[in-house]
Design a protein around this ligand. Structure first.
Ligand code: ADP
Ligand code: MG
Ligand code: ZN
Length: 596
């Protein structure tokens, strides 16, 4: 059977996405590879399809139970013989899977690295002459990656234990060093690297300065998104709770999510998020890797992520269905300080810390970039693109304003107080606030005291942060976040250089138009049909206890809106509807369309 036939017979797709075909061809030749493709690019299909072509079975190593469950449910629904074994299953269930696997009743088996390396398991696998081992989320094997997992280290032995089997690895995030590391550990450096674009054209990017009233900022962004699923990333558990509580008070279906919650509650929240379509989760990064919902419409960060990689991965959870989705990062100087402290108090070695600081600095530079955000983001991954035309900077090109005098006020306040204080204190001095601390130290007597009275504390916060990210000031963590003057700063202070800052204001998101793959007008006209289709999908999903998009992703529902199939033949032509889906759900959805 050829790959195109399988693509349409099993998945019901009419074409491969960029990169998929090349990767599949390579695997069919039984050659090793590491593929780096952005989240949502369709990595799973790259190994699942060849697995169906191989004579023997395929093992997929995956780090998270939820991730495995999801993939296996989706495959089974397509009629593929897939299973998984992980610690969340009861013994009898696992035994059944192993029995079926030995009898070759299972084609693709998902397993965690720790279960794989049991002697009994290795014995079975050797006997069965596994065709291919797939390492999904392969960045977990590298200490340089953003998500190192000890169990993944074991995978280095795979090639020795199974010299006859092919090995392939997949991940969405791996910089050059991480890539090398993965390919060395898994294939002795012999595998070929396939690197595909990081550009996600359907995601819009925007950054806002955090004001003291972040709740209003958040609400402004969310006000027209009550009916959409989204994630709000927060740095702390407390913030997730505050955020969810606030949104609930505004009528949102919002829930907190963090590692400290009871398991049962976590599962419940995840379930809700997966099966219902208007849930917003306020989460720490504990929420994410296992979440594979295709129609997340927005991601907001109300705290600064730890690095560009982390940021990329987190926003990557939006718009996996290819439809327009929005991202917003709201951040302030305090976040930066906190992140820097996290790095410094960690027990990593010095070189690692320096690297982490650099990664963070790149993110800050992204935040304060005056050019297209997409260009800035992609350039970090060594990729180029044209100005995107839909990020905040493209829509609203920032104005650079001459701010030498303001900068000198800041620099002088820092200089005259001994380069010993953080921004809150410096702002007090600038604004002439006679706080106890200021008076006790006599800083109400210095020349700079009160010179910046006319500007608000929020203005100064942002102004100072920009000076930090443009490297006129640094934050000295060893001195509890004291602001210190760099050589650039010294030149401005001495009047040898001018200083420009980017004008800041808050963008109005509510006006933004949506140009989805399907015209917003059609969705508006067909509101009733869409909601009928969605509730049918929900009903089926509930019955089968799977996420709604496993039945059909939004994209496929939109196709139904657009083409209104009247017969099964017409239905079969829609992208995303293969024979299995047609069989299971064709009639059901036809009757929904007919009855409206
Ligand atoms: P990731 O690369 O993040 O692992 P997935 O494998 O989960 O991405 O795929 C993301 C989405 O893309 C899924 O909903 C999948 O069904 C869809 N997809 C993958 N390949 C194709 C294709 N050739 N045509 C249409 N949709 C596809
Ligand atoms: Mg994946
Ligand atoms: Zn842009």
């Amino acid at each position: 059977m050829d790959k195109f036939k399988i693509l349409s017979d099993v998945w019901g797709y009419n074409s491969f996405r960029p990169g998929q075909q090349e990767i599949i061809d390579h695997l069919i030749k039984k050659e090793k590879l590491l593929a780096i493709m952005p989240t949502g690019a369709g990595k799973s299909l790259c190994y699942q399809l060849p697995a169906l072509l191989f004579k023997n079975q395929t093992i997929v190593i995956s780090p998270l139970k939820a991730l495995m469950d999801d993939q296996v449910f989706a495959l089974k629904d397509l009629g593929v013989k897939a299973e998984r074994v992980h610690s969340g299953m009861i013994e009898s269930e696992k035994n059944k899977v192993w029995k079926d696997f030995k009898n070759k009743k299972i084609k693709i088996l998902y397993i965690s690295p720790e279960s794989l390396f049991r002697d009994s398991v290795l014995k079975i696998l050797k006997m069965l002459r596994i065709s291919m081992f797939v390492v999904d989320e392969a960045h977990c094997i590298s200490k340089w990656g953003s998500d190192f997992r000890k169990e993944y280290e074991l995978l280095r032995e795979l090639q020795e234990i199974f010299p006859e089997s092919n090995i392939s690895a997949f991940t969405a995030t791996a910089d050059e060093e991480t890539r090398k590391d993965i390919i060395n550990k898994l294939t002795n450096g012999k595998g070929k690297i396939f690197l595909y674009g990081f550009n996600r054209p359907n995601l819009s990017l925007a950054v806002q300065q955090k004001t003291s009233d972040w709740k209003s900022q958040l609400l402004e962004f969310l006000i027209h998104r009550k009916e959409q699923p989204g994630i709000i990333y927060c740095l702390s558990k407390k913030l997730t709770e505050q955020c969810a509580e606030f949104l609930r008070s505004k009528g949102f279906n919002a829930f907190p999510f963090h590692a400290g919650l009871e398991n049962e509650r976590k599962i419940k929240t995840q379930d809700k998020f997966m099966t219902e379509d208007n849930v917003v989760v306020c989460a720490t990064i504990a929420f994410g890797m296992g979440i594979d919902k295709a129609n997340v419409r927005y991601i907001v960060h109300i705290s600064l992520p730890s690095s560009m990689e982390a940021f990329y991965q987190e926003i990557g959870r939006a718009g996996r269905d290819g439809l327009e989705s929005d991202t917003l990062l709201i951040f302030g100087l305090q976040d930066l300080f906190q992140r820097k402290r996290f790095i410094d108090i960690s027990d990593a070695d010095e070189t690692f810390k320096i690297k982490e600081h650099k990664r963070l600095d790149s993110l800050i530079a992204y935040c304060d970039s005056a050019i297209c955000r997409r260009q800035t983001l992609l350039s970090y991954f060594k990729e180029k693109c044209d100005p995107c035309g839909k990020c905040d900077n493209c829509l609203n090109p920032p104005q650079m304003i001459e701010g030498t005098e303001y900068a000198q006020m800041v620099l002088s306040a820092i200089y005259r107080t001994g380069q010993y204080f953080g921004s809150a204190y410096i702002i007090d001095v600038l604004r002439g606030v006679e706080s106890q601390k200021v008076i006790a130290r006599g800083h109400n007597q210095i020349k700079t005291f009160g010179v910046g009275q006319t500007a608000s504390a929020n203005f100064w916060k942002t102004f100072i942060r920009q000076m930090v990210s443009a490297n006129y000031l640094i934050i000295n963590i060893q001195r509890y976040g004291a602001l210190q003057i760099t050589s650039n700063g010294e030149r401005v202070l001495r009047g040898e250089d001018e200083y420009f800052y980017r004008r800041f204001e808050f963008i109005n998101f509510t006006k933004k138009k949506k140009d989805n793959v399907i015209d917003a007008g059609i969705i508006e006209d067909e509101k009733e049909l869409l909601s009928a289709l969605k509730s049918k999908r929900m009903e089926l999903a509930r019955k089968k206890r799977v996420p709604a998009y496993i039945i059909f992703p939004d994209r496929t529902l939109y196709q139904m809106l657009l083409h209104k199939p009247k017969t099964l033949e017409e239905m079969a032509k829609l992208n995303g509807i293969g024979p299995q889906k047609l069989d299971k759900y064709g009639e059901i959805f036809l009757s929904v369309i007919k009855n409206l």
